[in-house]
Design a protein around this ligand. Sequence first.
Ligand code: GCB
Length: 601
Amino acid sequence: MLYPLMTETRSVLSLNGIWSFKMQADGEHHDPVAPLQTTDVMAVPASFNDQTANPELRQHSGYFWYERDFTVPAALTDQRLSLRFGSATHEAWVFVNGIAVGHHKGGFTPFELPINDAVQAGANRLTVKISNLLDHSTLPVGNYTETKDANGNTVSHVDENFDFFNYAGLHRNVNLLATPWNRVEDITVTPHIDLDTTSADIDIAVKTTAAATVKVTLLDEEGTIVATANGADNTLHLDNIHLWQPLNAYLYQARVEILDGDTVVDSYTEPFGLRTIEIKSGKFLINGEPFYFKGFGKHEDSYVNGRGMNEAVNVLDLNLLKKIGANSFRTSHYPYSEEMMRLCDREGIVVIDEVPAVGLMPDFNFDISSAFKNTENPFWSTVKTQAAHEQALKEMIGRDKNHASVVIWSIANEPATFLPGAHDYFEPLFKLARSLDTQNRPCTYINIMMSTPDRDNCSDLADLLTLNRYYGWYLQTGDLKAAAAAEEAELRTWQEKWPDKPIMFTEFGADTVAGVHSSYNEPFSEEYQVNYYDMNAKIFDKIDNFVGEQLWNFADFQTKFGINRVQGNKKGIFTRSREPKAAAIWLSHRWNSIPNFNYKK
Ligand code: GCB
C-alpha cells in the first residue's frame, strides 16, 4: 500500500488535531447519524488512554467514539476522495455524515476508504467507532471475558496475553486524500544486484486502477535521472550503483507517472535502496559481507502519547541508538508507523519487521519453569487466529515490501512452538510470507525460552534462529555463573543442530530500576544489569554462528498492572523518558568497538 504523498496530482490534507471523544459505557449505544453528544476531547494521533485523568476511561475495554468536522475544498471534489488511517487500534468503523464508509480490523496497519458518495464540498462530519477488544481470534491475542453489571449490562474484560499495555485509539496520521481516478495503486521494487560488477537490474511493477500509459524514471540522491522506461512492468538497468549500507544509507527514487499524451494524469515517487541479503554457512550477509546485529527490541511507547506516533521520540530513539553503537532493532511486537520505517530507510537502520502475532501461548505469565512442564496443552487446536494472522502478514508485507531497512520478516513473537500442532499452524504462514515478498527476505519466528533445541517444533521453517533468552533473570535469577553455563550449553546445541542457520538473540534482559544500586549484584540494580550483559557478551563471542544481539528493551515501557511490574517493564537501557542507565555506558563501549561487518571471522 502506498504511503500518502503530496505530488503534482495528489493532495494530502491532515485530519490530525483535536477530536471530540466519547467512551461508550456498558449498555450504551450511539447512532452516528446524530452528532456525538460529548464535551470530552482527544488529540490525534495518540492513544486515548494517557490523555485522560479518568482511571475508568483509561482501563475501559470496549468501544469508543471519535468525531470531528472537516472541510472538503470544492476544487477537489472531481477527484477520488478517500480517508486514510495510518492505524486504528484495534478495530474501526468509519462514518461520514452518518453514512458508513468502511471498517478495518487489525490495529497496526493502514487502511484507506473511498468517500465520494458520502461527502460534499464544504462542511462534513467524520465519526469513527473504535474497539480495543482482543480475544483468541485477534492479533495480538487477549483473554476476553464478560460479566454483568448491576443493571444487567454486559461488561467486557480483556486481559492482555502479552507484556505491554493495551493502548488504543487513532494511533497514527489520519488524512483526507484527493487522487486522480485513474491512478497508481501500488509499486513493487525488486532489485537484482550484481555485487561484482556493481550493477543492478531493478524490476519495477506498477499497478494502476485502469489500463494506462506508464512511465518510470529512476533518480539518484542528487535528483539526477539515471534510467527511464515505459510500461507497467519494467526492468531498469543501473551501472556504478550506490549500495544502501547499514548506517550509510543511499536512496534512489522511482518516479512513476501515468500519462495521457503529454499530460501527467498521476504521479507518485517511491524511495528504494539497493542492497542484498543472503544467509550462507551460518552467516547473515548484507551486501555480501557478514553482518553483526547490535540493537534492541523496542516498543512504540512514550509518555502521554502512549502507543501513538511520536515523531520526535522516533528521531531521538534513532539518535540514541546510533550513539550507543547499535545498528538495528526489531519492531516488537507489531508493525511500527510508516514514518518510522521511512526514517530507518533514510538513517540506514536495519529492521526486523514483526506482525502483531504476540500472545500465541496458552497462558501468559512469568513462571517460566512451570511452562517447561506443560507440554501437552491443546492450544494450537483451539486458537482461532489463523485468518487474522494471514491478513496481518499480507498487510505488513504489502506495506513494507520496498523498504531497504527491512531485512527479516518476523512471523510471530514467542509462539508456543514447544506444544504439539505448532508446525501445522506455522507452515502455511511461512509459505504465505515467502510468496508475498518479491525480495525473498529471510523469515523467522521469535523463539521462546521453553522452545529449547530438543522441544521446539518449528525451527526447520525459519531461515535463522532468533532466540529470546532470560538466563539470569527468569531462570537462575541472580546467579550469573549458573546462567552462563546453561546459556552456553543451549547455544552450542542449537549450533550443532543447525550448523548453517545463523543464531541471534532477539531478547535478553533484566528489569532494572534506574537509581537502584547494590554492592551485592542484586537483581533490579543498575550493577546487576551491567553484569548480566557482560555475562551474555562473553558467551556470544564464543559461538561462531552467533550473528547478533538485540537486547530487551531499548527503553522502559508501560504494561498492564501486575505484581511483576512497577509502572511497567523496567528492562530498558534507557528509562521511559530516555535517560541512560549504567548499562548504556557499558553497552556503548562494547558496541562502538564491534564493527557492523566481519566481527565473527
Ligand atoms: C518476553 C516478551 C516481551 C516481554 C519480555 C519480558 O519474552 O517477548 O514482550 O516484555 O519477555 O520482559 O518479560
